[in-house]
Design a protein. Structure first.
Length: 192
C-alpha cells in the first residue's frame, strides 16, 4: 500500500499550477501575476441597433494584460480599434454569477464556452474577476465594461458590454471570448 501512495503523492505534487482552482482567491498580487500576459482564443460578438442585428462567431481574440506603474491595464484589437489605448483593470464591485454568465453566453450564441464551463469546481462569483470601465466621451464614443474572469491560471473568460455611439446611431455590442494564456507572447501561434 505504501508503494502505491508514493507515486500518487508525486503525481499530485507534479500537477501543473495552471490546473489548480482559483476559487476564493483574493490575494491581489497573485491575481495580478495570473492575469498578466497575452491571452488568445475565439470570441463571439453581437452588434444590435435599430437597423442592425449581427452576430459574428469564432473571431480571433487576443487580449494583453500588462503591469504598469498605475496597476494592471488591458487592451485588445477590438478595444484598440475603438479607443486606441489600454484601460485600467481593477477588481469588480459586483462580480458576475453563473446565471448572468449563462445569459451572456446565450446572447452571444457562445454554446462552446457554456460546455467548457461544466467542469468548474466553484461558481464564477468566487473566482477572480477584473474589470475595465470605458467612460463615455464626446462625439463618437465607446463606453461600457470589459470583464476578465479567471477560471484557472491559464484559462479566462472575457465578457464585454459596450455602447458605441455616434451622432447617427447607437450600437450595443456584447462579446464573449474563451481565452488561454499564450505560451507565445510574440503571437506566432493562435492556439495553445
Amino acid at each position: 500500500m505504501r508503494f502505491l501512495l508514493i507515486p500518487l503523492a508525486i503525481f499530485w505534487a507534479a500537477a501543473p499550477a495552471a490546473a489548480q482552482t482559483l476559487c476564493d482567491l483574493s490575494n491581489e498580487a497573485r491575481i495580478a501575476e495570473i492575469a498578466t500576459g497575452e491571452w488568445i482564443g475565439k470570441s463571439n460578438r453581437s452588434l444590435e441597433s435599430e437597423t442592425l442585428s449581427r452576430l459574428s462567431k469564432d473571431l480571433p481574440a487576443r487580449v494583453t494584460i500588462e503591469r504598469r506603474a498605475r496597476g494592471l491595464t488591458i487592451n485588445s484589437e477590438f478595444l484598440d480599434s475603438l479607443r486606441g489605448e489600454a484601460f485600467d483593470l481593477n477588481g469588480v464591485d459586483e462580480p458576475y454569477d453563473d446565471e448572468q454568465i449563462e445569459a451572456f453566453l446565450e446572447a452571444t450564441s457562445n454554446t462552446k464556452v457554456n460546455d467548457q464551463l461544466g467542469n468548474r469546481t466553484c461558481g464564477a462569483f468566487v473566482l477572480p474577476q477584473l474589470q475595465a470601465d470605458l467612460p463615455e466621451t464626446d462625439g463618437m464614443s465607446a463606453s461600457g465594461t470589459v470583464t476578465m474572469i479567471f477560471y484557472r491560471a491559464d484559462i479566462a473568460l472575457q465578457l464585454s458590454e459596450l455602447t458605441l455611439k455616434s451622432p447617427e446611431t447607437v450600437i450595443f455590442a456584447t462579446e464573449s471570448a474563451w481565452l488561454t494564456l499564450s505560451d507565445d507572447p510574440a503571437g506566432a501561434s493562435t492556439t495553445r
